[in-house]
Design a protein around this ligand. Structure first.
Ligand code: ADP
Length: 620
């Protein structure tokens, strides 16, 4: 800082202080002025040894008036603090805040609103509250009067000010605006939006009174007692002020000597900064509490409760509680940025996780679909293969039976031949009668029909086609199979069919496949009886119903099977026959299982042979 010569400093310091307080300057310029004021003043005014005790005070009057107002205080402090030199530093709101922030003052005297804000921001701490003769109690000392000219009958209460022009000191003035703002807010009136104009005319308060008196404003907000004080001091704007103006919505405040439109708040406090030495704070507090009332009746008392001021700002969401209004996203982000950061990180993580999971699901789904397609293709190939095998198996049965088949077909052909020859002979002998021709023709037709029937059934059995499901009465399928089987044999065994209680029982089957199973079992039974004389060869088919299941037993009276061979019966390629393939039973088992049933084999309870049993679900 530039050090001025002592004499120059003495002359310049008061000017600088006043200038810094009155003129709205850029913060930097104000700071420089403040430094000059704080640095130059003490340098110029006192002996080198005296320690300056700097009391920052919110200026609301002009500098001279302020100095004379606080003179008794300075005198008191000077007397109480030997070796110290109390200095009054008059500052506006912004400069006062800067001085506190920089700790360039030791004490602060300011209005309740400014005090609460500095308390919350910088931790200043009140040590005494002003006690004036006017207020009944230091806790109920500051209020606002909303004044109109007495003749304005159109304005009766605060609520009538909507759409009117209102003058006030400034948006940071406590008694000159904020106290009244709370009352307007409680009436649902927003001074910034609902008045036709809200004009901040600045200090001193008298400017507001003048604005109302001159008609520039319909109403004015001033600290309570302002009008009464002006009246006492000798009038304003021509005429006795207390009669010239009317206070809107006056509240009954017991013992309070002035009219007030608002509730009352505590008086100005004096506060210490965090940096103020405790011993100094104690000495000042003691001195102030012991200070006798001045001529105007001003003294200091124990610190008042400023909770009501906190409530005011909290309700208005302004000043130190302005953050309550910052509900915008940006404000929330600025205020809660760590939580926002965590949330944003979680959100990004969640999005990445979701996208990844979605991607994985798609990849897996595609893989599954591919696997499913492959499986279906394999199943299709297996089905085709199975059908192929079954077809081959049927052809193999026919192949095995072809010897007897040729013989069987031969019989009707031989009969046809015989009848034809007998007709030729009769023609040659001249003994051909109509009756003989008719008889021979009927026989020939019958034998031809028999041969055609055999071939038709064989063709039907041997044909190649995809598996089907038909609802059929099983007993019928059994009879058709027996007819086919018998038709292919010259030496027919005795075949009995016992339909039992299952006579009308329907099944959902591929009839050709069930024929194939039955034919296989009958042929195997016949093979097992090859050692027996023809008349001893018997096959018995028995149908039985057990609940929802139909059981078919095929029994022969042949040589039977050893237990170890029985275990391997249904294995593919297991055969005991020299020319056998060993596929018949395994194919039969597959067919029966595909129909929802089971194929099994056991020795009969009595007698020789084997019993092969297969089951099918009944569909009644
Ligand atoms: P294959 O008839 O070509 O041998 P199968 O699978 O039809 O093939 O039969 C397998 C084996 O089961 C036969 O070789 C035979 O030893 C035995 N077998 C089947 N049915 C009977 C039966 N009714 N009595 C005794 N053994 C049988």
């Amino acid at each position: 800082m530039t050090r001025l010569p002592v004499a120059a400093g003495r002359a310049v310091a008061p000017f600088l202080r006043r200038f810094a307080c009155r003129v709205r300057l850029a913060p930097f310029v104000r700071l420089v002025l403040l430094c000059l004021a704080l640095g130059v003043g003490p340098l110029a005014a006192a002996p080198e040894a005296a320690r300056p005790v700097r009391v920052g005070v919110l200026a609301f009057l002009d500098a001279d008036a302020m100095s004379s107002q606080w003179e008794p205080l300075l005198d008191r402090l000077a007397a109480a603090l030997p070796g110290s030199r109390p200095v009054l530093v008059q500052l506006d709101h912004a400069a006062l805040r800067e001085a506190v922030a920089r700790q360039s003052v030791d004490f602060v005297i300011t209005n309740p609103g400014s005090y609460v804000a500095l308390e919350m921001e910088f931790g200043i701490s009140r040590i005494a509250t002003l006690d004036t003769a006017l207020a009944p109690s230091p806790a109920r000392a500051v209020g606002s009067a909303v004044i109109v000219r007495a003749e304005r009958e159109d304005i009766g209460t605060l609520a009538d000010l909507v759409g009117k022009r209102v003058a006030a000191v400034g948006d940071d003035a406590f008694g000159g605006f904020q106290v009244a703002w709370r009352e307007f807010a409680q009436l649902g009136i927003d001074p910034n939006a609902d008045f036709a104009a809200l004009d901040f005319v600045g200090l001193p308060m008298r400017k507001v009174v003048d604005a109302v008196a001159s008609g520039r404003a319909d109403a004015g907000i001033v600290r309570a007692c302002t009008v009464e004080n002006l009246a006492a001091a000798g009038g304003s704007a021509g005429g006795a002020p207390s009669q010239q103006f009317r206070v809107l919505s006056p509240r009954p405040e017991a013992d309070f000597p002035c009219l007030t439109s608002t509730r009352l708040y505590p008086d100005w406090p004096i506060a210490t900064l965090r940096s103020t030495p405790p011993a100094l704070a104690k000495a000042v507090a003691t001195a102030l509490l012991a200070m006798p009332p001045t001529r105007e009746g001003m003294s200091w008392t124990v610190p008042a409760d400023y909770q009501s001021v906190h409530e005011l700002f909290r309700e208005l969401q302004t000043g130190p509680y302005g953050y309550l209004k910052e509900s915008t996203l940006r404000a929330a982000v600025v205020r809660y940025w760590p939580a926002v950061l965590v949330l944003a990180t979680l959100l990004v993580g969640w999005i990445i996780y979701t996208v990844r999971v979605e991607h994985l699901v798609q990849v897996r789904t595609a893989e599954l679909r591919r696997a499913l397609d492959e499986r279906q293709a394999i199943e299709r190939r297996m089905r085709a293969h199975q059908e192929e095998v079954e077809h081959l198996s049927r052809l193999s049965i026919l192949g095995e039976l072809s010897g007897t088949l040729a013989h069987e077909i031969n019989q009707p052909l031989a009969s046809i031949g015989n009848y034809a020859q007998s007709l030729v002979r009769r023609v040659d002998n001249g003994r051909l009668t109509d009756a003989a021709v008719r008889e021979a023709s009927v026989e020939i037709a019958g034998q031809a029909e028999r041969a055609a029937g055999i071939l038709g059934r064989i063709r039907g059995f041997a044909r190649k086609r995809a598996a089907v499901r038909e609802r059929r009465v099983l007993a019928e399928v059994v009879h058709e199979t027996v007819a086919l089987f018998s038709g292919m044999l010259s030496n027919r065994p005795e075949i009995s069919v016992d339909e039992g209680a299952a006579a009308g029982c329907a099944v959902e089957v591929d009839p050709l496949q069930i024929q194939q199973v039955l034919l296989n079992l009958l042929k195997n039974g016949l093979d097992a009886m090859s050692d027996l004389p023809a008349e001893a060869r018997r096959l018995r088919i028995a149908l039985a119903r057990e609940d929802d299941t139909l059981r078919v037993d095929v029994r022969d009276f042949g040589r039977g099977l050893a237990p170890e061979a029985r275990d391997r019966l249904f294995e593919s390629f297991f055969t005991t026959k020299p020319d056998g393939l060993g596929l018949g039973l395994s194919i039969c088992a597959t067919i029966v299982e595909a129909h929802g049933g089971r194929l099994s084999a056991r020795p009969p309870e009595t007698g020789a042979g084997m019993v092969f049993t297969f089951t099918l679900p009944c569909h009644d």
